[in-house]
Write a protein that binds this ligand. Sequence first.
Ligand code: SDX
Length: 431
Amino acid sequence: MSEHTVTITDNKTGKQIELPVKQSTIGPQAVDIGRFFREMGYFTFDPGFLSTASCQSALTYLDGAKGELLYRGYPIEQLAEHSSFLEVAHLMLYGELPGKNQLESFNNIIVRHSMLNESLKRLFGGFYHDAHPMATMVGVVGSLSAFYHDSTDIHNSDHRKIAGHRLIAKMPTIAAASYKHSIGEPQVYPDNSLSYTGNLLNMMFSVPCEPYQIDPVAEKALDLIFILHVDHEQNASTSTVRLAGSSLANPFACISSGITALWGPAHGGANEAVLNMLNEIGDVNNIPKFLARAKDKNDAFRLIGFGHRVYKNYDPRARIIRKMCHEVLAKLGDENDPTFELALKLEEIALNDEYFIERKLYPNVDFYSGLIYKAIGIPTNMFTVMFAIARTVGWVAQWMEMISEDNQRIGRPRQLYTGPTMRDYVDINER
Ligand code: SDX
């Protein structure tokens, strides 16, 4: 069968170019436009990358129309029901679900990297007590490269593996230390006998002066939410990690750049912004006013937690979290929590509103996750930190995949220049 190509014709010059189509396993194929500028003299123009595949990847597949999400081919619903965060981390890093012994040794590797260098711990003291924990995360994660020189040779696969393990293992410790610093409490060392999420809860909420009982419902709920946040194709923060990594920067600096991009309220910062929005709406009777603002082009307000670049159907993760909300709030929080009731009502009204229906704006993963974090007792300014902990697995897996590609090259997009044409300098006395 002849090669699948697409032909583009310049109707100004009549010039044509035949471009090869790259085959996908599932989902859209891609037209390889690598020769386009060289042969046709034009750039392609796609701000926001609505139609652009920046790379090829075997990690995560999502179908926005069907609301499907697969990690290495496994449906998110099945992983949410049967798997654990560290088992999914192994799947993403190494391509297969681990056997019992493999999972146990992976778990042992991760727990043994959970401590921080003692001098790194002093870094937290340099931050103002009311620094947003995401600001601390960006700074401290980036500074890991100042401590772990022995795992920053990115061309050495062992270094890449150790650096990845260190990042996945240390994120909860750094997150908990950021939180403890913000409330003026002493940092708590990781406890290797605890689960990944049990350890995080213990490091966040235990104090030296009394025993702390990890709530198994909270521990399980956090593990499930982390599975849902592990990876999501080439979203803004993952694309940032890949671009930073393409310059051959060390992995700690790359993950720190991912945390920075995730922080924005249009991305991972949305979970914190949803809770703030629900608190601002306050009462069901105020919903019409806020919906009107969300539709008003002159108002920057958007209904945070709704809409998605890819999902034009219900975000499958939001569906899972929404169901979990009922269970967790019934056990941990107040199932009649006015914020949860308000969220359900807001969702119902928005999903029946022509503006949202026409634009296929459904609740996304961030719409409900904050309600569960709140029920677990996690403060609002730590919601995006939770997202960063889980997404570190995806960032590391995507970085490993990119850096080990044969034809890996620096990412360097071009632009459509619309500035002044060339002109001569004018002396200040003549201006
Ligand atoms: C995450 O990419 C990922 O995969 C991200 C993520 C992941 O796991 O990594 O899934 C996590 O970031 C989820 C998204 C969290 N963000 C929010 O909830 C913020 C609120 N949502 C919007 O800011 C917006 O929907 C985005 C940023 C999520 C998507 O933006 P797009 O794809 O650029 O959509 P758009 O701005 O082109 O919107 C299309 C239309 C516009 O109206 P028109 O110009 O056609 O008249 O829909 C409108 C927008 O004004 N619109 C909204 C809206 N989202 C889109 N209007 C009101 N409220 C909203 N939330």
